[in-house]
Design a protein around this ligand. Structure first.
Ligand code: OGA
Ligand code: NI
Length: 376
């Protein structure tokens, strides 16, 4: 039995406290990190003296100017986009067109949600992976041996008429702010999908015959009907940030993730040499990353990259991840147009049910799920 397991079973009172989340733990007043949150030395964020945990401070994520993408510079920007997806699996989008007040309201209402009394927040606690709204802590609070320093609110966004009645009723403006933001994020996502498909050579483009246009529209329609999940992450300030993580290394399930963050840094991505790179928050921008489904769909050309979140001792941090993909029941496989003799199929078929079965059955570590879909 692992030390974490024995601790869990030995001390039900402590365990019950940890299950209530880190915000609650902080409110009860702690000055040091409980052992449940302490990572083994090799997994801690700031290991000095070499190895995989040294970060590169001079790194800047590629920037995609969305306004330019929609203009005459589109071919050059598509090139940049495709390089970013191949090399980093991540880019920042500026001039994305989502109004500043929509973004501000989303961040603002998220902060106020986590400031509500625990009793109010806990109404939405659920361990049902398919619940339309789910408040929780850590990564997988029923399975994680070591807990991470994060609380979250997950909001399923699609189809809106089915899910909205379950969303929190307080703060009173949460639903309105979150619906508005989620619609704007979906609109941007669709434009980015169009760009991604075009960059992979899968859309014929704007000057084409009617039948080609119909094929393109059908391809995009499937994305329009796809799934959307918003995860509001709250990382309270932490008494010993060098011993824990806000989120462990993981890749995102899905096609693309659009990440909105406040001005506090914390996100790191892993480069191909295994080095952790800080993503500096750029005001008014969104971070976009390739998810497992896009890696599979592109037959491995675009990379779903490991990322993690550091916490800090002075500031709490809020982020809102909007995760988009195909409809839940759709089988995900490499696009047939990207598979040929020179570039054989590299992934098995997968679907959402397979993923749920996978995450429910094990402690989700790194990108195991994607690894499990690779063909030998
Ligand atoms: C996520 C994620 C990063 C962050 O929600 O999947 O990676 O900065 N979030 O909160
Ligand atoms: Ni992520």
């Amino acid at each position: 039995m692992s030390p974490a397991m024995s601790q869990r079973e030995d001390d039900p009172i402590l365990e019950c406290r940890f299950q209530k989340g880190v915000k609650h733990l902080c409110e009860s007043g702690i000055t040091s990190l409980p052992s449940r949150y302490i990572l083994p030395v090799s997994e801690r964020p700031n290991l000095r003296g070499g190895g995989m945990n040294v970060s590169d401070l001079n790194f800047k994520l590629p920037i995609i100017d969305f306004a330019q993408l929609q203009g005459p510079q589109r071919p050059q920007v598509l090139n940049k986009l495709s390089k970013a997806c191949e090399e980093y699996g991540f880019f920042q989008v500026t001039n994305h067109g989502i109004p500043g007040d929509v973004i501000q309201s989303m961040i603002d209402v998220s902060k106020r949600f986590f400031d509500l009394p625990f009793e109010e927040r806990s109404k939405y606690m659920s361990t049902d992976m398919r619940a339309p709204v789910r408040y929780g802590t850590s990564f997988n609070q029923k399975k994680d041996g070591v807990f991470c320093w994060r609380d979250f609110l997950k909001l399923v966004c699609h189809p809106p008429s089915d899910v909205l009645p379950y969303w929190p009723t307080s703060p009173a403006d949460l639903r309105e702010a979150a619906v508005t933001y989620s619609q704007q994020a979906k609109f941007l996502y669709m434009k980015l999908v169009e760009a991604v498909l075009e960059s992979l050579g899968l859309l014929v483009g704007t000057t084409m015959h009617a039948d080609e246009e119909n094929a393109d529209n059908a391809a995009l329609k499937e994305f329009e009907d796809g799934s959307q999940l918003m995860v509001v992450n709250c990382y309270p300030s932490c008494p010993q940030p060098d011993l824990t993580l806000g989120m462990p290394p993981h890749s995102d399930y899905g096609f693309l993730t659009l990440l909105l963050q406040d001005e506090v840094e914390g996100l790191q991505i892993q480069n191909c040499q295994g080095k952790w790179l800080n993503v500096e928050p750029l005001p008014n921008s969104l971070v976009v990353n390739v998810g497992d489904h896009l890696e599979i769909f592109s037959n491995g050309r675009y990379k779903s990259v490991l990322h993690r979140v550091l916490v800090n001792s002075s500031k709490s941090r809020i982020s809102v991840a909007s995760l988009h993909s195909f409809p839940f029941d759709r089988v995900v496989r490499p696009s047939p147009k990207l598979v040929n003799e020179a570039n054989p199929r590299r992934y098995k078929d997968t679907d959402f049910a397979t993923f749920l079965a996978y995450v429910s059955s094990c402690e989700p570590k790194r990108k195991n799920f994607l690894e499990s879909r690779k063909l030998p």
